[in-house]
Write a protein that binds this ligand. Structure first.
Ligand code: PEP
Ligand code: MN
Length: 342
């Protein structure tokens, strides 16, 4: 990092900052310009140490050269990572499409959707059993019963299952049924939950928080990886902006930005990103064109009767259309849809 001193700082102040940096274990290099004095500091920096330096007399600001996410960042691991989920590999040359209802509602519902998305070529099945709802009066999910139905759908279709875990105390329970643990947008900075899924080796689908910067999101991934679990898949699902025409603003910039900053695979959720089914296919196409490693899409056999997120759910025939179109875009980019499950 570089410590930029204020204009007109005294030699004593510069000396005190250099002494403190050395005391904290940094190698220091002083550069006295005509306008400003700057101190280059090389070493392992603890965030609280940096803040202490920043508070010292004469210090204007600190400029960081390296990103704070080490394990999630490309600076320390330049090659892209892939995440194995059973026989499926997320990342690399294949495009992973996860599809299914927002929430598991009944045996008939989940089995119908699972078969429909499997036949259309989806790679994995999604479905929430624990639902993070804005209102405490809304449908909260079937809990363990929903997990059992997901396991049944996996047995019938061969599709690995992605489902959300909302609290640290449920991680063991959900891990017993799920192939991928989803961390929802509202929990992206639930640090005890991130640590707990980090203790497992289950792949984690880490959704971007509603108002999280890309750096905060990658620091959330850092929590999971630093707890011992390297199997993190990022998911852009739209952020809050002033725009009200769509439920969220799908930040497709995040795809190339994350690709540059991180080695982790990134998929896109055009369902929550737009909130309206008629915008889902165009944004799915755009996400694949932008270089996303996959998609997560809500599909429901009767969206008008869905217990949650019906307005943004595709009917199975629309999902088939999505698969045809994104498959063609993937091919242009030299990627293929993951092979259909047998
Ligand atoms: C979901 O995937 O159904 C969900 C609740 O998503 P998010 O956490 O992105 O809102
Ligand atoms: Mn949903």
């Amino acid at each position: 990092m570089i410590v930029v001193m204020r204009k007109g700082t005294t030699p004593e102040e510069v000396q005190r900052v250099m002494d403190r940096l050395r005391e904290y274990g940094f190698a220091v290099h002083l550069s006295e310009g005509v306008e400003r004095t700057v101190i280059g500091a090389i070493g392992d920096k603890k965030p609280e140490r940096v803040q202490q330096i920043e508070a010292m007399d004469g210090v204007d600001k600190i400029v960081h050269i390296l990103h704070p996410f080490k394990l999630a960042g490309r600076e320390f691991k330049p090659e892209p990572s892939t995440v194995p989920v059973g026989s499926v590999t997320v990342g690399g040359q294949t495009l992973t499409v996860i599809a299914g209802p927002c929430a598991v509602e009944s045996e008939e519902q989940i089995l119908t959707v699972a078969k429909a998305v499997r036949d259309a070529g989806a790679t994995m099945l999604r479905g929430g059993a624990f639902k993070p709802r804005t209102s405490p009066y809304s449908f909260q999910g079937l809990a363990e019963e929903g997990l059992k139905l997901l396991a049944l759908a996996r047995e019938r279709t061969g599709l690995p299952v992605v489902t959300e875990v909302m609290q640290p105390g449920d991680v063991d329970l959900v891990s017993g049924y799920a192939d991928v643990l989803q961390i929802g947008a509202r929990n992206m900075q639930n640090f005890p939950l991130l640590r707990e899924v980090g203790r497992t080796r289950k792949p984690v689908l880490l959704k971007r928080g509603l108002a999280a910067t890309i750096e905060e999101w990658l620091m959330a991934a850092e929590y999971v990886i630093s707890a011992g679990n390297p199997n993190v898949i990022l998911c852009e699902r739209g952020i809050r902006t002033f725009e009200t025409a769509t439920r969220n603003t799908l930040d497709l910039n995040a795809v190339p930005v994350v690709k540059q900053l991180s080695h982790l695979p990134i998929i896109v959720d055009p369902s929550h990103g737009t909130g309206k089914w008629s915008y889902v296919i165009p944004m799915a196409r755009a996400a694949v064109a932008a270089g996303a490693d996959g998609l997560i899409v809500e599909v429901h056999p009767n969206p008008e009767e869905a217990a949650s997120d019906g307005a943004q759910s595709l009917k199975p025939e629309k999902f088939r259309e999505l698969m045809r179109e994104v498959g063609a875009i993937a091919a242009v980019l030299g990627r293929q849809l993951a092979p259909a499950v047998a």
